[in-house]
Design a protein around this ligand. Structure first.
Ligand SMILES: CC(=O)SCCNC(=O)CCNC(=O)[C@H](O)C(C)(C)COP(=O)(O)OP(=O)(O)OC[C@H]1O[C@@H](n2cnc3c(N)ncnc32)[C@H](O)[C@@H]1OP(=O)(O)O
Ligand SMILES: CC(=O)C(=O)O
Length: 527
């Protein structure tokens, strides 16, 4: 299998995405993950351009990577200077990186209008910078900025720029679609011409996603002969982003038959995508191909039914190859198969013709019609199923709850107080608590009543609370759906309640949350 080299620029081009601000520590952590994953090059930043990147390269000098080559990125020398007199070029050498990438202009319009020099001088800038750097480091990569635009406007000049870099000893010539405006067919044709014109050169592709074709463009370039692919994890990058390596890597390896990373490492792709999403504080879209939460989720009944027979019916690959997992959700679009799948996940085997199963499906559809949304509340769904089959015991019986909200003219904010009366077996508990809102008061009063009997409830925290009106047209008498997310430090779970009264909807979601915790503790033998 032929090798394609992956050049990750999450730490450089990825950091050019609006809203991203990696600290030196963030960059070190991402770098370590990328290296473990097995990318071949990691472009870490532009030494000298800002203090953080300078410090980063100082730290990088002290570490040894397992797989990846550390790359410093910068520009060709300024017009009218010698390469060795240019501080920016010197900073690249001072960084200690053994691989240096320099970008140079290959679009004549950029030469005259962005850097304001002559076409000849730009060729010298490219040649001199590459040949100077080549004397000092192991590998020099030349990024031909705006190559595809340059080719369209002045083909012969764009080729002269590549020639200058190649003659100067560049190890790789990388064709950049800097403005992201080129389409896959053009990328293929142009890359093919470059490969034919420079049969001795090693060619790479660096695509941006402005036309939403960066992944396709990168694949087409590889099919045309490019063997180094630049991109970022999750497609982070300036404007609409760079080519997404999380799609490119599995496409090259699983579909086009190239060798990219060891197959056991490919199984860590989903983890890597989520890691970068957390560190960069950019939520990963659920529908992100290969690595998103919904990438292998089946909602429609027809899909779930077929997937349970043969997963290939609605899945383009086995999700485990990229470390993702199959998921089946339950909603009003479900059939028996969705429910059977979920019951199996809970360890319950039920005959697919069982009348109880049909009743459960009808109950779910009825509740969804009333405004329940079980996709977002797996714990309430599990309780519903297990209650249906009589598998959840009565941990407590509610006698009454009451919530008071009062605000006097002298109060800065309203005061909420809740009382709860309930029975645990035959023992009556009557508690009261204050809270900074009615739901928190209710939560505190409920726990006060239960913690004496079930001490593990002390570990439960509510981490998210969302309210949504379900039937907007009814105004204030509309139903509301409350979704609560809870954690006990070991796991997270979601519960849901629906009512015309927001306090009652909250109560349902709240009690489900605590009952779920008790059920799980019991199942695990902790109680
Ligand atoms: C396509 C890409 O994504 S390339 C990478 C872009 N990344 C970044 O710009 C992020 C890091 N950049 C920076 O921190 C700053 O822009 C610096 C430190 C590099 C330069 O800062 P300044 O000296 O203040 O210049 P400024 O940012 O205003 O302008 C960029 C300069 O680079 C020059 N330049 C642009 N491309 C090249 C090139 N290929 N070769 C040489 N010089 C270049 C421009 O002509 C301009 O210089 P000028 O003002 O003398 O015309
Ligand atoms: C070099 C680079 O980032 C680009 O041309 O897009």
């Amino acid at each position: 299998m032929e090798q394609v080299f992956i050049y990750d620029t999450t730490l450089r081009d990825g950091s050019q995405a609006e809203g991203i601000n990696f600290s030196v520590e963030d960059k070190m952590r991402i770098l370590q993950k990328l290296d473990e994953f097995g990318v071949h090059y990691i472009e870490c930043g532009w030494p000298g351009a800002n203090p953080k990147d300078t410090i980063l390269f100082e730290r990088l000098r002290k570490i040894k990577t397992q797989n990846a080559k550390i790359v410093a990125f910068g520009a060709t020398r300024k017009a009218g200077k010698k390469a060795h007199e240019d501080k920016q070029v010197e900073n690249l050498l001072k960084s200690g990186a053994k691989v240096i990438t320099v970008f140079g202009k290959s679009w004549d319009f950029h030469v005259t209008h962005a850097i304001g020099t002559t076409l000849e001088e730009n060729l010298d800038m490219v040649y001199e910078t590459v040949s100077y750097l080549k004397k000092h480091v192991e590998e020099v990569i030349f990024d031909a900025e705006h190559f595809f635009d340059g080719y369209r406007h002045n083909e012969s000049y764009a080729f002269k720029v590549l020639e200058a870099a190649f003659q100067a000893g560049a190890d790789w010539i990388v064709l950049c679609d800097t403005n992201g405006g080129t389409l896959p067919n053009e990328v293929y044709e142009i890359t093919k011409k470059v490969v034919q014109k420079f049969p001795q050169a090693r060619v790479g592709i660096h695509a941006h996603n402005d036309s939403d074709t960066a992944v396709a463009n990168s694949l087409m370039a590889v099919l045309a002969g490019a063997r180094q692919v630049h991109g970022t994890i999750n497609g982070l990058g300036e404007r609409t982003g760079n080519a997404n390596l999380c799609s490119i890597i599995p496409n090259l390896q699983l579909k086009l038959g190239f060798s990219v990373v060891p197959s056991q490492n490919l199984k860590k792709l989903t983890e890597l995508a989520h890691f970068v999403s957390e560190i960069s504080n950019t939520p990963l879209p659920k529908n992100m191909p290969y690595v998103g939460e919904s990438a292998f989720t089946h909602k429609a009944g027809v899909h779930a039914s077929a997937v349970m027979k043969r997963s290939e019916t609605y899945e383009h690959i086995d999700p485990s190859l990229v470390g993702n997992r199959r998921k089946v959700t339950v909603s009003d679009l479900s059939g028996r198969s969705n429910i059977l799948y979920k019951l199996r996940e809970m360890g319950l085997e039920v005959d697919d013709k069982s009348p109880e199963l049909i009743k459960l499906l009808e109950k779910i559809k009825e509740l969804e019609k009333e405004g329940y949304h079980f996709e977002a509340a797996e714990a309430s769904f599990e309780l519903l199923c297990k209650r249906h089959f009589g598998l959840v015991k009565n941990y407590f019986d509610l006698d009454a709850y009451r919530v008071l909200i009062a605000r006097r003219s002298t109060d800065l904010s309203p005061v909420s107080e809740a009382t709860v009366r309930l029975y645990v077996e035959d023992i009556k508990e009557h508690t009261a608590a204050l809270g900074n809102g009615p739901v928190s008061a209710l939560d505190r009063a409920l726990r006060k009543a239960l913690e004496e009997f079930y001490p593990s409830l002390k570990d439960v925290q509510l981490i998210d609370y969302k309210v949504r009106i379900v039937n907007e047209s009814e105004g204030t008498s509309a139903k509301v759906r409350v979704l609560i997310e809870s954690t006990d430090g070991r796991r997270k779970w979601g519960t849901v309640g629906v009512s015309e009264n927001i306090i009652e909807a909250s109560w349902i979601a709240l009690t489900d949350s605590l009952v779920y915790k008790l059920l799980k503790d019991e199942e695990e033998g902790i109680m």
